[in-house]
Design a binder for this molecule. Structure first.
Ligand SMILES: [Zn+2]
Length: 271
């Protein structure tokens, strides 16, 4: 599913093609996403200029003079720029047509994504106001994590994947960051020292930076705004490498189940 690096890669691809452009029309072929696409979206957006495109967690915010278009890619969503006359394929649910004769096209086979209108202040919307700190925000530090973790027994992997703690760290990036920091994924958060939290905060940023440089990860459906798959899945240290030798100590990488997800780690390098 698209995580911070994939959403940010999408955003970077859309900015030069969309910001400053005017919406001509919105075509909704199927409004049944996680929440229905608003019926009046075309009326609200026709003639409006895209002022900016921002990201908060895994949400994209398209800023217009009178409000914001909020987009979430869910499990399988992709946003690509296509020529306006390209025929729609299966699961191409929404086209946002621009005055450049291109369309922003939302494709989402599993339909867990969302496309909603926010009339007021975006940060106060119910989906955004509970989000934790951004990993590239200076407020995201070891001390911040240490304070939130005090007295808690939750496993560190669950903790760093909780969007109210830090946004956008999905399964692949949580496994990779914990390997980089040398911390075992099941370690209870209340038993991690401030020093180790500092190492982990930096490891999360380094992991996400490397993933951004690789254009994100493509495990199933994801492609960038220009149709390119991500490459990070090809260079992981532990993710999806069960039984293969650790790149640091040569012991076989192990896998365990945490909740619904697989976690990959090295028993030699992570304590
Ligand atoms: Zn190792």
């Amino acid at each position: 599913m698209p995580e911070l690096p994939e959403v940010e890669t999408t955003r970077r691809g859309l900015v030069p093609r969309m910001v400053g452009r005017t919406i001509q029309d919105v075509v909704v072929r199927d409004a049944r996403l996680r929440w229905p696409v608003p019926r009046d979206l075309a009326r609200r957006l026709r003639g409006a200029e895209v002022v900016a495109i921002r990201r908060r967690g895994k949400y994209l915010l398209f800023d217009f003079p009178k409000g914001h278009l909020l987009v979430h890619l869910g499990m399988s969503g992709r946003l690509t720029m296509v020529p306006e006359d390209r025929p729609a394929k299966l699961h191409d649910h929404v086209d946002v047509r621009l005055d450049s004769h291109e369309s922003l096209r939302l494709n989402d086979p599993r339909r867990f994504g969302a496309m909603l209108w926010i009339g007021g202040e975006a940060e106060k919307h119910a989906l955004l106001r509970g989000l934790g700190v951004e990993p590239f925000d200076p407020a995201f530090t070891g001390a911040h994590l240490h304070a939130l973790a005090r007295g808690r027994r939750v496993a560190v992997k669950h903790f760093i994947m909780n969007a109210s703690v830090v946004t956008g760290v999905g399964n692949i990036y949580a496994s990779e960051a914990l390997f980089r920091a040398g911390i075992h994924p099941t370690r209870p958060v209340g038993r991690i020292s401030l020093e180790r939290w500092n190492v982990l905060a930096q490891a999360i940023r380094d992991t996400l930076s490397r993933a951004l440089d690789a254009g994100g990860s493509t495990l199933r459906d994801y492609v960038s705004a220009t149709g390119e798959p991500g490459q990070f899945q090809n260079v992981t240290s532990v993710y999806d490498r069960e039984g293969q030798p650790c790149r640091r100590c040569s012991r076989p990488i192990k896998a365990l189940r945490q909740g619904q997800r697989s976690t990959f780690y090295c028993a030699g390098c992570q304590r």
